[in-house]
Write a protein that binds this ligand. Structure first.
Ligand SMILES: Cc1ncc(COP(=O)(O)O)c(C=O)c1O
Length: 382
């Protein structure tokens, strides 16, 4: 059995530290925000090279607050990508603004900077690139366009804790960076969580107020507010886990290197780590023309896989009113129909990539052949 991920294995590897941190919160009787959350905010912001961290109750809340702090609201447009988790677009819509999609690059699956200029209108206020799967978007050209056109850049870094763009950690490349601590993330809480990091003190102040009912002081509500506060348990747990994050990232990268080596030998193109990027492999996805067959075959061998994501956001019924149609974003649409995520978590056995690659190569009719371009998996039955 090779699970897609194994959160219990990780808990057991740091059980003593986690149990002590949780007991400490129980004894403190401070269960919402407080010392542990403030400590985590400082430590995670410093980890990203930021001066401020505003911890919240999910990555979606982080995106929502960052957009509000940037002054985004009805009649505005925010440029983003359709090949992402739905929360990216949903958070933009929470503000009343319209997500305007541009397609992704076929190699990196991240925003194609060449498509941004033509999506800009007088209503555009921000660009929200997504560091999908743990690989940073091509931030240099994105930031150049933003500077020239007077737009803000808010990074959706929900999947990219510790990823680097030209040796600089994501989160502080734009004005604000938003992270999720959903349990399966590279840095995962034991529940929901998120954070915004920024170097801008006025954005930070606004977000700090809005996450807690817009209050400047208790019961003095000066801004529209939300209950987006982080729980103390999550702050305490994330402080423990942050100390292990770089080691876990190295373990993920080692698994990815093994996968890529094994898969190349059987004619499957591994995902690309772009030259500017230090990929943190939240997801290790290959492409296949025969996804359903491959997924079933692997499941029969007790190898769990996932799909991130089967539908690009512009084709989901929930966002049909945006007016997009099939064919608008061909790269995203093709990726959504072909990507398959293989098991990936730090504690995974070092032999797992070879086992998975062997399982793929044993598919009936699958021929071992040298690496081929474009067609990731080939069956003689084609
Ligand atoms: C790219 C992306 N953005 C936003 C989110 C939302 O984060 P959360 O689930 O913590 O609200 C996620 C979570 O999966 C995500 O992957």
């Amino acid at each position: 059995m090779i699970p897609f991920l194994d959160l219990r294995a990780q808990y057991h590897s740091i059980k003593t530290e986690i149990d002590a941190a949780v007991l400490n919160v129980l004894e403190s009787a401070q269960y919402v925000l407080g010392e542990q959350v403030a400590g985590f905010e400082q430590e995670f912001a410093a980890y990203c090279g930021a001066t401020h961290g505003i911890a919240v109750n999910s990555g979606t809340s982080a995106l929502h607050l960052a957009l509000l702090a940037a002054g985004i609201g009805p009649y505005h447009e925010v440029i983003t990508v359709p090949f992402t988790f739905v929360a990216t677009a949903a958070a933009i819509r929470y503000t009343g603004a319209r997500p305007v999609f541009v397609d992704v690059d076929p190699q990196s699956y991240t925003m194609d900077p060449a498509q941004i200029e033509r999506a800009i209108t007088p209503r555009t206020r921000a660009i929200m690139p997504v560091h999908l799967y743990g690989q940073p978007a091509d931030m240099g050209p994105i930031l150049d366009i933003a500077r020239r056109r007077n737009l803000l850049v808010i990074e959706d870094a929900a999947q990219a804790h510790g990823a680097e763009y030209r040796h600089q950690r994501v989160g502080c490349l734009g004005e604000m960076g938003c992270f999720s601590f959903y349990p399966g993330k590279n840095l995962g809480a034991y529940g929901e969580g998120g954070i915004v990091v920024t170097n801008n003190p006025s954005f930070a102040r606004r977000m700090r107020m809005q996450r807690d009912w817009g209050a400047e002081k208790k019961y003095e509500h000066v801004l529209e507010g939300f209950n987006y506060r982080m729980e103390a348990f999550q702050g305490a747990i994330l402080r423990v886990k942050l100390r292990h994050l770089d080691r876990w990232t190295d373990m993920r990268r080692a698994h990815a290197a093994r996968y890529s080596d094994e898969l190349s030998q059987i004619g499957v193109d591994p995902p690309l780590e772009v030259c500017y990027a230090r990929h943190v492999y939240h997801v290790y996805a290959i492409q296949t023309l025969h996804r359903e067959q491959l997924q079933k075959h692997l499941a029969a061998l007790n190898i769990q896989t996932g799909i991130h994501y089967p539908y690009p956001v512009h084709l989901t019924p929930a966002h049909a009113d945006l007016g997009y149609k099939h064919g608008d974003f061909p790269v995203s649409e093709q990726a959504a129909s072909r990507v398959l995520s293989l098991p990936m978590y730090p504690e995974m056995d070092a032999g797992a990539p070879a086992t998975v690659a062997a399982a793929i190569s044993h598919l009936p009719g699958f021929r071992k052949r040298p690496k081929v371009a474009q067609e990731m998996l080939q069956w003689s039955s084609r």
